[in-house]
Design a protein around this ligand. Structure first.
Ligand SMILES: [Zn+2]
Length: 70
């Protein structure tokens, strides 16, 4: 049982070395989620569509105005 864990550790280490000491990136690309300023987004509260630059992005949700902010 312990041997199994050690083998897994060694295999894991080899994979780690294989990637040049860097783990493959699973991070979501920030640029992928970035929208243009003129892209319309829906207000999370009232459903009004506003442009990204006019909206407020709070915790991943867009809000059209101060009144709609949580
Ligand atoms: Zn709103």
């Amino acid at each position: 049982m312990i041997l199994k864990v050690i083998i897994f550790a060694i295999v894991g280490l080899l994979i780690y070395k294989f990637f040049g000491g860097q783990l493959p990136s699973f991070k979501k690309s920030a640029s992928q989620k970035k929208l243009d300023d003129d892209t319309l987004v829906e207000c999370a509260k009232c459903g009004t569509y506003v442009t990204v630059k006019e909206s407020d992005l709070i915790q991943g949700n867009y809000y059209c105005s101060k009144e709609c902010r949580p």
